[in-house]
Design a protein around this ligand. Structure first.
Ligand code: NDP
Length: 333
């Protein structure tokens, strides 16, 4: 088997040298364990934070040890009655082609209920649940709201915008980092308006696309985007603080948002959240978003990179914006 280890901790932007691909004998499952052949693994922005030796809501990766993260695959050997050979499972040991786990640490999923198995890493997995919980529970979305979402062409953002439309938003606006992504948001995902944040100041582009202001801001980016959103938010506006990817590879703290005090007069509700603490919403999420997906009301583009050895480069590509929708690695066919 092969696994990818953290060779050293990055400072600023990671490089290929921070990763090492290692060959090992494939382990056999012990009592109560299963051997899974991974078919897809996920790369996610939060993994950047885990490469630092810093205290956070999830433990840092260890230098010299394999990275981990979400994966989906097929059970090829089993010592657990409830998870037989042939079952399709999701679990947390990505970054390797084979994984041995206790059966209680895998979730059996239906391989035919999703358009592709990789959907369990994206629209029907962690990033889809993040969009659902963040918009509906944290930002308290209401029908008729004007919604702005940053990172809109990515895994979380693309689902946020589509759920908002399906739940009756008055207007949904997205920002992304290329003209092609802006086109995709409007033409393929049904956003009402979108702009490229690299073209001009976010605050000007947001003011032009939302002249009557916004009611909800779903923040994937932080910095200038959050500052611009605070300016454009209407009274009693609500913000789901989901991520701040503009800062993950920076070595010094950002200047923006400089206008946080506006939140007081506008009586804004800005709320952070960690999706792992909202797993109780999984059944509602799977029922509602799964039905939309099967009915073709939600589309879930993915960017698929072939081969475990290319996972580090795919992770860096995610940080550079080379993905549209969820970035996944096809480990095996
Ligand atoms: P995406 O699929 O959105 O991929 C990351 C995207 O970020 C890139 O495609 C790129 O798109 C964009 N990006 C990179 N650098 C910048 C920048 N400087 N300014 C603006 N955009 C940038 O990833 P996810 O959907 O998985 O994650 C989105 C956000 O949600 C992240 O901040 C992540 O940390 C957060 N998150 C939080 C969770 C929680 O529990 N709170 C759970 C899951 C994710 P572009 O081309 O548009 O620049």
């Amino acid at each position: 088997m092969q696994e990818i280890r953290l060779a050293s901790r990055p400072s600023g932007w990671p490089t290929a040298d921070n990763f090492a691909l290692v060959e090992l004998p494939t382990p056999a499952p012990g009592p109560g364990q299963v051997l899974v052949r991974n078919q897809f693994m996920s790369v996610d922005p939060y993994m950047r934070g885990r490469m630092n030796d810093a205290e956070s809501y999830v433990a840092p990766f260890e230098v010299g040890k394999a990275l981990d993260g979400a994966a989906v695959g097929e059970v090829v050997a089993s010592n657990a009655e409830n998870v037989p050979v042939g079952a399709t499972v999701t679990h947390g040991l990505g970054w390797r082609d084979f994984a041995v786990l206790d059966a209680r640490h895998v979730r059996v999923v239906d391989p035919v209920a999703a358009p592709t198995l990789s959907a369990y890493l994206g629209v029907l997995g962690m990033t889809g649940l993040t969009a659902y919980v963040g918009l509906l529970d944290i930002a308290q979305f209401r029908e008729g709201d004007v919604v702005f979402v940053s990172g809109a062409a990515g895994a979380v953002g693309s689902v946020v915008g589509q759920i908002a439309k399906l739940r009756g938003a008055k207007r949904v606006i997205g920002s992304a980092g290329s003209a092609e992504k802006v086109r995709h948001l409007v033409d393929d995902l049904g956003f009402d308006a979108a702009f490229n944040y690299k073209d001009a100041a976010v605050r000007h582009q947001l003011r032009d696309t939302a002249p009557d202001g916004i009611d909800v801001y779903f923040d994937n980016v932080g910095g200038d985007h959050l500052e611009a959103a605070i300016k454009s938010l209407n009274k009693y506006g609500r913000v789901a603080l989901c991520g701040a990817i503009s800062q993950y590879n920076e070595t010094s703290a950002p200047a923006a948002p400089r206008n946080l005090a506006l939140a007081i007069g506008k009586e804004l509700n800005l709320r952070g959240f960690i999706v792992g603490n909202h797993r109780d919403r999984m059944p509602d999420f799977v029922a509602e978003v799964g039905a939309w997906l099967r009915a073709g009301k939600i589309v879930a583009p993915e960017t698929v990179v072939e081969g475990l050895a290319n996972a580090p480069e795919a992770f860096l590509g995610l940080m550079r914006g080379e993905n549209t929708g969820k970035m996944v690695i096809k480990v095996a066919g």
